[in-house]
Design a protein around this ligand. Structure first.
Ligand SMILES: *[C@@H]1O[C@H](CO)[C@@H](O)[C@H](O)[C@H]1NC(C)=O
Ligand SMILES: *[C@@H]1O[C@H](CO)[C@@H](O)[C@H](O)[C@H]1NC(C)=O
Ligand SMILES: *[C@@H]1O[C@H](CO)[C@@H](O)[C@H](O)[C@H]1NC(C)=O
Ligand SMILES: *[C@@H]1O[C@H](CO)[C@@H](O)[C@H](O)[C@H]1NC(C)=O
Ligand SMILES: *[C@@H]1O[C@H](CO)[C@@H](O)[C@H](O)[C@H]1NC(C)=O
Ligand SMILES: *[C@@H]1O[C@H](CO)[C@@H](O)[C@H](O)[C@H]1NC(C)=O
Ligand SMILES: *[C@@H]1O[C@H](CO)[C@@H](O)[C@H](O)[C@H]1NC(C)=O
Ligand SMILES: *[C@@H]1O[C@H](CO)[C@@H](O)[C@H](O)[C@H]1NC(C)=O
Ligand SMILES: *[C@@H]1O[C@H](CO)[C@@H](O)[C@H](O)[C@H]1NC(C)=O
Ligand SMILES: *[C@@H]1O[C@H](CO)[C@@H](O)[C@H](O)[C@H]1NC(C)=O
Ligand SMILES: *[C@@H]1O[C@H](CO)[C@@H](O)[C@H](O)[C@H]1NC(C)=O
Ligand SMILES: *[C@@H]1O[C@H](CO)[C@@H](O)[C@H](O)[C@H]1NC(C)=O
Length: 295
Protein backbone atom coordinates (compact mmCIF):
# COMPACT_ATOMS: atom_id res chain seq x y z
CA UNK A 1 0.00 0.00 0.00
CA UNK A 2 1.23 3.45 -0.81
CA UNK A 3 0.76 6.26 1.62
CA UNK A 4 -1.74 7.82 -0.61
CA UNK A 5 -3.81 4.71 -0.92
CA UNK A 6 -3.67 4.23 2.78
CA UNK A 7 -4.87 7.72 3.57
CA UNK A 8 -7.76 7.31 1.06
CA UNK A 9 -8.69 4.08 2.80
CA UNK A 10 -8.57 5.70 6.16
CA UNK A 11 -10.64 8.57 4.98
CA UNK A 12 -13.29 6.14 3.73
CA UNK A 13 -13.37 4.41 7.08
CA UNK A 14 -13.62 7.67 8.96
CA UNK A 15 -16.36 9.01 6.78
CA UNK A 16 -18.21 5.77 7.32
CA UNK A 17 -17.97 6.18 11.00
CA UNK A 18 -18.69 9.83 11.27
CA UNK A 19 -20.75 11.40 8.52
CA UNK A 20 -21.52 10.08 5.06
CA UNK A 21 -19.66 11.76 2.27
CA UNK A 22 -21.80 12.58 -0.79
CA UNK A 23 -19.64 11.11 -3.52
CA UNK A 24 -22.16 12.27 -6.15
CA UNK A 25 -21.12 15.85 -5.47
CA UNK A 26 -17.84 14.93 -7.04
CA UNK A 27 -18.01 15.65 -10.71
CA UNK A 28 -17.73 12.76 -13.13
CA UNK A 29 -17.66 10.11 -10.48
CA UNK A 30 -20.27 8.29 -12.51
CA UNK A 31 -19.85 7.67 -16.23
CA UNK A 32 -21.66 9.67 -18.85
CA UNK A 33 -25.34 8.87 -19.37
CA UNK A 34 -25.85 7.73 -15.78
CA UNK A 35 -27.43 8.96 -12.56
CA UNK A 36 -25.45 9.01 -9.33
CA UNK A 37 -27.16 7.78 -6.16
CA UNK A 38 -25.49 8.48 -2.87
CA UNK A 39 -25.64 5.69 -0.28
CA UNK A 40 -24.38 5.39 3.33
CA UNK A 41 -20.69 5.13 2.82
CA UNK A 42 -20.85 4.69 -0.90
CA UNK A 43 -22.73 5.57 -4.11
CA UNK A 44 -24.41 3.84 -7.01
CA UNK A 45 -24.21 4.73 -10.70
CA UNK A 46 -27.32 3.87 -12.65
CA UNK A 47 -27.44 4.22 -16.42
CA UNK A 48 -30.13 6.44 -17.85
CA UNK A 49 -33.10 4.80 -19.42
CA UNK A 50 -32.14 3.77 -22.91
CA UNK A 51 -28.59 3.13 -21.86
CA UNK A 52 -27.00 0.08 -20.38
CA UNK A 53 -23.75 -0.41 -18.58
CA UNK A 54 -20.98 -2.53 -19.93
CA UNK A 55 -19.08 -2.49 -16.59
CA UNK A 56 -17.32 0.84 -16.97
CA UNK A 57 -19.46 2.83 -19.35
CA UNK A 58 -23.09 3.52 -20.02
CA UNK A 59 -23.77 3.13 -23.69
CA UNK A 60 -26.81 3.52 -25.91
CA UNK A 61 -29.07 0.54 -25.83
CA UNK A 62 -30.30 -0.56 -29.31
CA UNK A 63 -33.87 -1.33 -28.32
CA UNK A 64 -34.68 -2.32 -31.90
CA UNK A 65 -31.99 -4.95 -32.03
CA UNK A 66 -32.74 -6.15 -28.53
CA UNK A 67 -36.44 -6.45 -29.40
CA UNK A 68 -37.12 -4.26 -26.43
CA UNK A 69 -39.57 -1.82 -27.97
CA UNK A 70 -43.19 -1.26 -28.80
CA UNK A 71 -44.09 0.21 -32.16
CA UNK A 72 -47.58 0.48 -33.65
CA UNK A 73 -48.57 -1.73 -36.54
CA UNK A 74 -47.06 -0.73 -39.86
CA UNK A 75 -44.23 1.23 -38.41
CA UNK A 76 -40.60 0.22 -38.05
CA UNK A 77 -38.40 0.60 -35.00
CA UNK A 78 -35.54 3.03 -35.52
CA UNK A 79 -32.88 3.32 -32.81
CA UNK A 80 -31.76 6.76 -31.73
CA UNK A 81 -29.29 7.78 -29.03
CA UNK A 82 -30.86 6.85 -25.74
CA UNK A 83 -34.19 5.85 -27.18
CA UNK A 84 -36.02 4.64 -30.29
CA UNK A 85 -38.65 5.95 -32.66
CA UNK A 86 -41.37 4.34 -34.78
CA UNK A 87 -41.55 6.06 -38.15
CA UNK A 88 -44.55 4.87 -40.15
CA UNK A 89 -43.84 2.57 -43.05
CA UNK A 90 -44.19 4.01 -46.56
CA UNK A 91 -47.85 4.38 -47.39
CA UNK A 92 -48.82 4.99 -43.78
CA UNK A 93 -48.97 8.17 -41.81
CA UNK A 94 -48.97 8.83 -38.09
CA UNK A 95 -52.29 9.60 -36.46
CA UNK A 96 -52.75 9.45 -32.69
CA UNK A 97 -49.75 7.19 -32.21
CA UNK A 98 -51.09 4.89 -34.87
CA UNK A 99 -49.84 4.44 -38.37
CA UNK A 100 -52.88 4.63 -40.62
CA UNK A 101 -53.10 3.86 -44.29
CA UNK A 102 -52.65 6.82 -46.59
CA UNK A 103 -55.30 6.87 -49.33
CA UNK A 104 -53.00 7.98 -52.12
CA UNK A 105 -55.85 7.97 -54.62
CA UNK A 106 -58.22 10.08 -52.55
CA UNK A 107 -55.53 12.59 -51.64
CA UNK A 108 -54.46 12.90 -55.26
CA UNK A 109 -50.90 11.96 -54.39
CA UNK A 110 -50.61 9.75 -57.44
CA UNK A 111 -51.67 10.03 -61.06
CA UNK A 112 -52.96 6.97 -62.84
CA UNK A 113 -52.80 6.92 -66.65
CA UNK A 114 -55.81 7.56 -68.87
CA UNK A 115 -58.43 4.85 -69.01
CA UNK A 116 -57.56 3.52 -65.58
CA UNK A 117 -58.84 3.71 -62.00
CA UNK A 118 -56.72 4.39 -58.93
CA UNK A 119 -57.29 1.67 -56.34
CA UNK A 120 -56.10 2.31 -52.79
CA UNK A 121 -54.74 -0.62 -50.81
CA UNK A 122 -53.49 -0.81 -47.23
CA UNK A 123 -50.09 0.77 -47.45
CA UNK A 124 -50.13 1.29 -51.17
CA UNK A 125 -52.26 1.72 -54.29
CA UNK A 126 -52.41 0.52 -57.86
CA UNK A 127 -53.79 1.64 -61.20
CA UNK A 128 -56.29 -0.69 -62.75
CA UNK A 129 -57.05 -0.42 -66.45
CA UNK A 130 -60.69 -0.31 -67.41
CA UNK A 131 -62.22 -3.49 -68.63
CA UNK A 132 -61.13 -4.23 -72.16
CA UNK A 133 -57.81 -2.45 -71.67
CA UNK A 134 -54.49 -3.79 -70.49
CA UNK A 135 -51.40 -2.39 -68.90
CA UNK A 136 -48.49 -1.95 -71.27
CA UNK A 137 -45.49 0.35 -70.82
CA UNK A 138 -47.29 2.34 -68.10
CA UNK A 139 -50.29 3.09 -70.26
CA UNK A 140 -53.60 1.34 -70.63
CA UNK A 141 -54.12 0.17 -74.17
CA UNK A 142 -57.01 -1.52 -75.86
CA UNK A 143 -57.02 -5.31 -75.80
CA UNK A 144 -57.52 -6.72 -79.28
CA UNK A 145 -59.89 -9.49 -78.24
CA UNK A 146 -60.10 -10.61 -81.85
CA UNK A 147 -56.53 -11.92 -81.74
CA UNK A 148 -57.96 -14.73 -79.63
CA UNK A 149 -59.97 -16.82 -82.04
CA UNK A 150 -62.23 -18.16 -79.31
CA UNK A 151 -63.62 -14.67 -78.67
CA UNK A 152 -66.36 -14.93 -81.26
CA UNK A 153 -68.45 -18.00 -82.05
CA UNK A 154 -68.13 -20.02 -85.17
CA UNK A 155 -69.65 -18.53 -88.34
CA UNK A 156 -68.97 -14.96 -87.26
CA UNK A 157 -66.49 -12.16 -87.83
CA UNK A 158 -64.80 -10.52 -84.86
CA UNK A 159 -64.50 -6.72 -84.95
CA UNK A 160 -62.29 -5.09 -82.33
CA UNK A 161 -63.46 -1.80 -80.81
CA UNK A 162 -62.01 0.51 -78.16
CA UNK A 163 -62.39 -1.41 -74.94
CA UNK A 164 -64.54 -4.10 -76.43
CA UNK A 165 -65.40 -6.07 -79.56
CA UNK A 166 -68.41 -7.22 -81.55
CA UNK A 167 -69.13 -10.50 -83.27
CA UNK A 168 -70.99 -10.18 -86.55
CA UNK A 169 -72.66 -13.35 -87.72
CA UNK A 170 -71.74 -14.36 -91.24
CA UNK A 171 -74.31 -14.04 -94.01
CA UNK A 172 -76.91 -16.76 -93.64
CA UNK A 173 -76.41 -17.01 -89.86
CA UNK A 174 -78.23 -15.17 -87.13
CA UNK A 175 -77.22 -14.35 -83.58
CA UNK A 176 -78.84 -16.42 -80.87
CA UNK A 177 -77.59 -16.83 -77.29
CA UNK A 178 -73.98 -15.85 -78.12
CA UNK A 179 -73.98 -18.25 -81.02
CA UNK A 180 -74.40 -17.75 -84.73
CA UNK A 181 -76.97 -20.26 -85.87
CA UNK A 182 -77.81 -21.16 -89.43
CA UNK A 183 -80.82 -19.40 -90.88
CA UNK A 184 -83.21 -21.90 -92.48
CA UNK A 185 -83.96 -19.73 -95.48
CA UNK A 186 -86.44 -22.32 -96.72
CA UNK A 187 -88.57 -21.71 -93.65
CA UNK A 188 -88.27 -17.94 -93.18
CA UNK A 189 -91.63 -16.37 -93.85
CA UNK A 190 -90.13 -12.95 -94.56
CA UNK A 191 -88.30 -14.38 -97.56
CA UNK A 192 -91.54 -15.85 -98.87
CA UNK A 193 -91.70 -19.24 -100.53
CA UNK A 194 -88.40 -19.82 -102.26
CA UNK A 195 -87.65 -22.10 -105.19
CA UNK A 196 -90.94 -21.89 -107.07
CA UNK A 197 -91.05 -24.88 -109.44
CA UNK A 198 -88.65 -26.76 -107.21
CA UNK A 199 -87.69 -27.67 -103.65
CA UNK A 200 -85.75 -25.43 -101.31
CA UNK A 201 -82.81 -27.19 -99.67
CA UNK A 202 -81.24 -25.49 -96.64
CA UNK A 203 -77.47 -25.73 -96.12
CA UNK A 204 -75.19 -24.07 -93.57
CA UNK A 205 -75.23 -20.35 -94.33
CA UNK A 206 -77.25 -20.69 -97.50
CA UNK A 207 -79.76 -22.69 -99.51
CA UNK A 208 -80.22 -23.97 -103.03
CA UNK A 209 -83.07 -25.05 -105.25
CA UNK A 210 -83.66 -28.48 -106.59
CA UNK A 211 -85.89 -27.97 -109.59
CA UNK A 212 -88.62 -30.01 -111.19
CA UNK A 213 -88.18 -31.16 -114.77
CA UNK A 214 -88.22 -28.34 -117.29
CA UNK A 215 -86.44 -25.96 -114.95
CA UNK A 216 -82.77 -25.58 -114.12
CA UNK A 217 -81.41 -24.36 -110.83
CA UNK A 218 -79.25 -21.24 -110.84
CA UNK A 219 -78.87 -21.99 -107.11
CA UNK A 220 -81.38 -19.47 -105.83
CA UNK A 221 -84.18 -19.90 -108.34
CA UNK A 222 -85.65 -22.39 -110.73
CA UNK A 223 -85.26 -20.94 -114.19
CA UNK A 224 -87.28 -22.20 -117.11
CA UNK A 225 -85.30 -24.34 -119.52
CA UNK A 226 -85.74 -23.00 -123.07
CA UNK A 227 -85.89 -26.32 -124.83
CA UNK A 228 -86.33 -24.56 -128.13
CA UNK A 229 -83.13 -22.56 -127.84
CA UNK A 230 -81.03 -25.29 -129.45
CA UNK A 231 -83.80 -26.65 -131.69
CA UNK A 232 -81.90 -25.46 -134.79
CA UNK A 233 -79.01 -27.79 -134.04
CA UNK A 234 -80.74 -30.84 -132.75
CA UNK A 235 -84.21 -31.90 -133.62
CA UNK A 236 -86.18 -31.07 -130.52
CA UNK A 237 -89.33 -31.16 -132.55
CA UNK A 238 -90.39 -33.37 -135.42
CA UNK A 239 -89.95 -32.08 -138.99
CA UNK A 240 -92.40 -29.52 -140.33
CA UNK A 241 -93.26 -28.21 -136.86
CA UNK A 242 -92.25 -25.15 -134.82
CA UNK A 243 -90.85 -25.31 -131.28
CA UNK A 244 -92.69 -23.15 -128.73
CA UNK A 245 -91.20 -22.81 -125.28
CA UNK A 246 -93.49 -22.52 -122.25
CA UNK A 247 -92.50 -22.42 -118.58
CA UNK A 248 -91.40 -25.89 -117.65
CA UNK A 249 -92.04 -27.37 -121.05
CA UNK A 250 -92.44 -26.79 -124.79
CA UNK A 251 -94.64 -27.97 -127.59
CA UNK A 252 -94.33 -28.49 -131.31
CA UNK A 253 -97.37 -27.51 -133.28
CA UNK A 254 -97.21 -28.58 -136.89
CA UNK A 255 -96.53 -25.88 -139.43
CA UNK A 256 -99.49 -24.66 -141.35
CA UNK A 257 -100.37 -27.09 -144.12
CA UNK A 258 -99.28 -29.97 -141.91
CA UNK A 259 -101.20 -31.94 -139.41
CA UNK A 260 -100.20 -34.25 -136.66
CA UNK A 261 -100.43 -37.88 -137.51
CA UNK A 262 -99.14 -39.91 -134.66
CA UNK A 263 -95.80 -38.26 -133.80
CA UNK A 264 -95.29 -36.87 -137.30
CA UNK A 265 -96.48 -33.80 -139.08
CA UNK A 266 -98.02 -34.98 -142.28
CA UNK A 267 -98.82 -32.84 -145.29
CA UNK A 268 -102.47 -32.04 -145.48
CA UNK A 269 -103.94 -33.22 -148.78
CA UNK A 270 -106.25 -30.32 -149.24
CA UNK A 271 -107.41 -31.75 -152.54
CA UNK A 272 -108.82 -34.71 -150.73
CA UNK A 273 -110.91 -32.50 -148.56
CA UNK A 274 -114.44 -33.47 -149.30
CA UNK A 275 -115.91 -30.33 -147.75
CA UNK A 276 -114.79 -28.15 -150.63
CA UNK A 277 -112.61 -28.12 -153.66
CA UNK A 278 -109.68 -25.71 -153.07
CA UNK A 279 -108.68 -26.17 -156.68
CA UNK A 280 -110.59 -24.85 -159.64
CA UNK A 281 -111.67 -27.21 -162.33
CA UNK A 282 -109.05 -28.64 -164.63
CA UNK A 283 -106.26 -28.17 -162.15
CA UNK A 284 -104.29 -30.81 -160.26
CA UNK A 285 -103.49 -31.06 -156.63
CA UNK A 286 -99.75 -31.03 -155.98
CA UNK A 287 -97.85 -32.40 -153.02
CA UNK A 288 -96.91 -29.02 -151.70
CA UNK A 289 -99.37 -27.11 -149.59
CA UNK A 290 -98.29 -23.88 -151.19
CA UNK A 291 -98.64 -24.81 -154.79
CA UNK A 292 -102.33 -24.81 -154.90
CA UNK A 293 -103.30 -23.26 -158.12
CA UNK A 294 -102.51 -23.46 -161.78
CA UNK A 295 -104.04 -21.89 -164.73
C1 LIG B 1 -27.01 6.18 7.24
O1 LIG B 1 -26.53 5.72 8.51
C2 LIG B 1 -27.03 6.52 9.62
C3 LIG B 1 -26.37 6.03 10.91
O2 LIG B 1 -26.18 4.68 10.98
C4 LIG B 1 -28.55 6.36 9.63
O3 LIG B 1 -29.06 7.10 10.64
C5 LIG B 1 -29.14 6.81 8.27
O4 LIG B 1 -30.53 6.57 8.23
C6 LIG B 1 -28.50 6.06 7.13
N1 LIG B 1 -28.98 6.61 5.90
C7 LIG B 1 -29.34 5.85 4.88
C8 LIG B 1 -29.74 6.59 3.70
O5 LIG B 1 -29.40 4.63 4.95
C1 LIG C 1 -17.31 -0.45 -22.41
O1 LIG C 1 -17.48 0.49 -23.49
C2 LIG C 1 -16.38 1.36 -23.67
C3 LIG C 1 -16.76 2.36 -24.76
O2 LIG C 1 -17.46 1.76 -25.74
C4 LIG C 1 -15.16 0.58 -23.98
O3 LIG C 1 -14.08 1.45 -24.16
C5 LIG C 1 -14.92 -0.42 -22.90
O4 LIG C 1 -13.81 -1.23 -23.21
C6 LIG C 1 -16.11 -1.28 -22.62
N1 LIG C 1 -15.87 -2.12 -21.47
C7 LIG C 1 -16.10 -3.41 -21.48
C8 LIG C 1 -15.83 -4.15 -20.20
O5 LIG C 1 -16.52 -3.98 -22.46
C1 LIG D 1 -51.89 -5.03 -35.36
O1 LIG D 1 -51.85 -6.09 -36.29
C2 LIG D 1 -52.21 -7.32 -35.70
C3 LIG D 1 -52.01 -8.38 -36.74
O2 LIG D 1 -52.31 -7.90 -38.01
C4 LIG D 1 -53.65 -7.24 -35.21
O3 LIG D 1 -54.02 -8.46 -34.62
C5 LIG D 1 -53.77 -6.11 -34.21
O4 LIG D 1 -55.12 -5.96 -33.82
C6 LIG D 1 -53.27 -4.83 -34.78
N1 LIG D 1 -53.27 -3.78 -33.79
C7 LIG D 1 -53.84 -2.62 -33.98
C8 LIG D 1 -53.72 -1.66 -32.88
O5 LIG D 1 -54.40 -2.34 -35.04
C1 LIG E 1 -49.63 -3.48 -42.01
O1 LIG E 1 -49.95 -3.23 -43.35
C2 LIG E 1 -50.01 -4.38 -44.16
C3 LIG E 1 -50.30 -3.94 -45.54
O2 LIG E 1 -49.23 -3.24 -46.06
C4 LIG E 1 -51.05 -5.32 -43.62
O3 LIG E 1 -51.09 -6.49 -44.43
C5 LIG E 1 -50.76 -5.68 -42.20
O4 LIG E 1 -51.77 -6.49 -41.67
C6 LIG E 1 -50.62 -4.42 -41.35
N1 LIG E 1 -50.30 -4.77 -39.98
C7 LIG E 1 -49.17 -5.38 -39.58
C8 LIG E 1 -49.07 -5.71 -38.14
O5 LIG E 1 -48.27 -5.60 -40.35
C1 LIG F 1 -56.73 10.71 -37.89
O1 LIG F 1 -57.69 9.67 -38.09
C2 LIG F 1 -59.02 10.11 -37.95
C3 LIG F 1 -59.91 8.89 -38.05
O2 LIG F 1 -59.50 8.06 -39.08
C4 LIG F 1 -59.34 11.16 -38.99
O3 LIG F 1 -60.65 11.62 -38.85
C5 LIG F 1 -58.37 12.30 -38.87
O4 LIG F 1 -58.58 13.22 -39.91
C6 LIG F 1 -56.94 11.80 -38.90
N1 LIG F 1 -56.04 12.92 -38.65
C7 LIG F 1 -55.02 13.18 -39.45
C8 LIG F 1 -54.15 14.32 -39.06
O5 LIG F 1 -54.81 12.53 -40.45
C1 LIG G 1 -55.37 11.55 -71.57
O1 LIG G 1 -56.66 11.95 -71.99
C2 LIG G 1 -56.78 13.33 -72.19
C3 LIG G 1 -58.21 13.65 -72.49
O2 LIG G 1 -58.80 12.66 -73.25
C4 LIG G 1 -55.85 13.75 -73.33
O3 LIG G 1 -55.93 15.13 -73.51
C5 LIG G 1 -54.43 13.36 -72.97
O4 LIG G 1 -53.59 13.65 -74.03
C6 LIG G 1 -54.35 11.91 -72.62
N1 LIG G 1 -53.02 11.60 -72.14
C7 LIG G 1 -52.32 10.59 -72.63
C8 LIG G 1 -50.98 10.37 -72.02
O5 LIG G 1 -52.74 9.88 -73.51
C1 LIG H 1 -46.96 -3.10 -75.77
O1 LIG H 1 -46.70 -1.96 -76.54
C2 LIG H 1 -45.68 -2.14 -77.49
C3 LIG H 1 -45.43 -0.82 -78.19
O2 LIG H 1 -45.98 0.24 -77.52
C4 LIG H 1 -46.08 -3.22 -78.48
O3 LIG H 1 -45.05 -3.44 -79.39
C5 LIG H 1 -46.39 -4.50 -77.74
O4 LIG H 1 -46.89 -5.47 -78.63
C6 LIG H 1 -47.40 -4.25 -76.65
N1 LIG H 1 -47.56 -5.45 -75.86
C7 LIG H 1 -48.74 -6.08 -75.77
C8 LIG H 1 -48.76 -7.28 -74.90
O5 LIG H 1 -49.73 -5.68 -76.35
C1 LIG I 1 -58.61 -21.39 -83.10
O1 LIG I 1 -57.39 -21.63 -83.78
C2 LIG I 1 -56.92 -22.94 -83.62
C3 LIG I 1 -55.57 -23.04 -84.29
O2 LIG I 1 -55.47 -22.16 -85.36
C4 LIG I 1 -57.93 -23.91 -84.22
O3 LIG I 1 -57.47 -25.22 -84.04
C5 LIG I 1 -59.27 -23.73 -83.53
O4 LIG I 1 -60.24 -24.56 -84.13
C6 LIG I 1 -59.71 -22.30 -83.61
N1 LIG I 1 -60.90 -22.13 -82.82
C7 LIG I 1 -61.97 -21.46 -83.27
C8 LIG I 1 -63.12 -21.34 -82.35
O5 LIG I 1 -61.99 -20.96 -84.38
C1 LIG J 1 -90.49 -23.79 -89.82
O1 LIG J 1 -90.66 -22.78 -88.82
C2 LIG J 1 -91.67 -23.06 -87.88
C3 LIG J 1 -91.79 -21.88 -86.94
O2 LIG J 1 -91.06 -20.80 -87.39
C4 LIG J 1 -91.34 -24.34 -87.14
O3 LIG J 1 -92.40 -24.65 -86.25
C5 LIG J 1 -91.16 -25.47 -88.14
O4 LIG J 1 -90.75 -26.64 -87.45
C6 LIG J 1 -90.14 -25.12 -89.17
N1 LIG J 1 -90.03 -26.17 -90.19
C7 LIG J 1 -88.89 -26.69 -90.56
C8 LIG J 1 -88.95 -27.72 -91.63
O5 LIG J 1 -87.84 -26.34 -90.07
C1 LIG K 1 -93.98 -22.72 -111.53
O1 LIG K 1 -94.22 -21.82 -110.45
C2 LIG K 1 -95.20 -20.87 -110.69
C3 LIG K 1 -95.22 -19.93 -109.50
O2 LIG K 1 -95.33 -20.68 -108.34
C4 LIG K 1 -96.56 -21.58 -110.90
O3 LIG K 1 -97.55 -20.62 -111.16
C5 LIG K 1 -96.43 -22.55 -112.04
O4 LIG K 1 -97.61 -23.31 -112.18
C6 LIG K 1 -95.26 -23.50 -111.85
N1 LIG K 1 -95.06 -24.28 -113.02
C7 LIG K 1 -94.93 -25.59 -112.98
C8 LIG K 1 -94.70 -26.26 -114.29
O5 LIG K 1 -95.01 -26.23 -111.93
C1 LIG L 1 -81.05 -16.69 -110.68
O1 LIG L 1 -81.97 -16.13 -111.56
C2 LIG L 1 -82.74 -15.05 -111.07
C3 LIG L 1 -83.76 -14.68 -112.12
O2 LIG L 1 -83.17 -14.62 -113.36
C4 LIG L 1 -81.80 -13.93 -110.77
O3 LIG L 1 -82.51 -12.85 -110.22
C5 LIG L 1 -80.79 -14.40 -109.75
O4 LIG L 1 -79.84 -13.39 -109.49
C6 LIG L 1 -80.06 -15.62 -110.26
N1 LIG L 1 -79.21 -16.13 -109.19
C7 LIG L 1 -77.94 -16.47 -109.42
C8 LIG L 1 -77.19 -16.99 -108.25
O5 LIG L 1 -77.43 -16.34 -110.49
C1 LIG M 1 -90.95 -30.68 -144.21
O1 LIG M 1 -89.89 -31.47 -143.59
C2 LIG M 1 -89.01 -32.05 -144.53
C3 LIG M 1 -88.00 -32.89 -143.79
O2 LIG M 1 -87.33 -32.17 -142.80
C4 LIG M 1 -88.32 -30.96 -145.34
O3 LIG M 1 -87.45 -31.49 -146.30
C5 LIG M 1 -89.36 -30.05 -146.01
O4 LIG M 1 -88.72 -28.96 -146.65
C6 LIG M 1 -90.34 -29.55 -145.01
N1 LIG M 1 -91.39 -28.75 -145.73
C7 LIG M 1 -91.70 -27.51 -145.40
C8 LIG M 1 -92.78 -26.91 -146.28
O5 LIG M 1 -91.09 -26.94 -144.47
Amino acid sequence: LTVRQLSWCLCLLLSEWYSDLDECETAEICPAFSYCFNTNGSYICDCWEGYHGNGTHCEDMNECMMRNFFCPNNSTCANVEGSYQCPCDPGFSANNSLCLDVDECDLGLVQCPNISDCINTVGSFFCECWEGYQWNNSICEDIDECLENSTCPEHSTCINTNGSYVCLCDLGFSSMDDLCVDIDECNVTELGPLCANGTCINVAGSYYCECIQGFWSNVTECVDVDECADSLNSSVCQPNSTCINVPGSYYCPCDSGFTLDGAQCKDVDECADPSGTPCPEHSMSALSGQRSSAN
